[in-house]
Design a protein. Structure first.
Length: 230
């Protein structure tokens, strides 16, 4: 019988970033570490799951549901709703996400993904990270950023109004900084313009992960051409 992923995963890791930030390079390095599997973007699939969990949690807090704590009967419009538990829903949704989206392999010990859309719904940013922190095994977050002027000139961003791009990036940065300040023990901030300089700049990442620093592995990752950049 195959062991449940939650029973063998030691920790989970999530790269929080925006597009054209160098996050695929970071993803490649993490996937080069033994036992690590960092999936790519998933179009922010968590959004719908977190909305369901957050909506039920707000109902439990009395925001939308007047029957919480009271037994309901089959004659009432919210029949049975008071028995639904937000915490149980959160745990179940996290397990479904682990099994069907992250899909750790037999030798995976650290699993996660990188996503560039975390900031697109600011009201859901903190609930999403809280969901992961509550229900994923030992969740940690890497906030990956890049010089905003460079981002504005890269990829699809350069087809957009520069002022709008800067505003979006600054908003994302503010969300990142607020979460990091509140949860310093589980967060690491990385900046593309720093770590592209060479292996030594990656030492802090290895310290954060509790791994011995491997400059040769870093250099091999830096030397590998990214297919999506062609």
């Amino acid at each position: 019988m195959m062991m449940d992923p939650f029973e063998r995963i030691e920790s989970t890791l999530f790269v929080v970033t925006y597009g054209r930030s160098g996050s695929t390079l970071l993803q490649n390095l993490l996937n080069a570490l033994p036992g690590y599997m960092l999936r790519g973007e998933n179009a922010n699939l968590l959004r719908g799951l977190v909305q369901s969990w957050q909506g039920l949690r707000q109902s439990e807090q009395g925001a939308n549901m007047r029957l919480v704590g009271q037994p309901s009967g089959p004659h009432q419009p919210w029949y049975g709703y008071e028995a639904i538990e937000a915490d149980q829903l959160g745990r179940d949704l996290a397990q479904v996400f682990m099994r069907t989206v992250l899909r750790p392999e037999a030798d995976t010990r650290v699993i996660g993904f990188k996503e560039i859309r975390w900031h697109e719904d600011p009201a859901l940013f903190e609930p999403t990270l809280e969901f992961l922190q509550r229900y994923m095994p030992r969740a940690r977050f890497i906030f990956n950023t890049r010089d905003h002027a460079e981002v504005c000139r890269s990829g699809w961003w350069k087809t957009m109004e520069p002022a709008a791009v800067r505003q979006e990036l600054e908003q994302a940065q503010a969300l990142y900084s607020k979460w990091q300040a509140a949860h310093p023990e589980s967060c690491l901030a990385l900046h593309y313009n720093d770590y592209i300089s060479g292996p030594e700049a990656w030492r802090g990442l290895f310290d954060f992960l509790g791994k011995p620093f491997d400059p040769e592995l870093v250099q091999a990752t830096l030397d590998r051409k990214l297919m999506h950049m062609k």
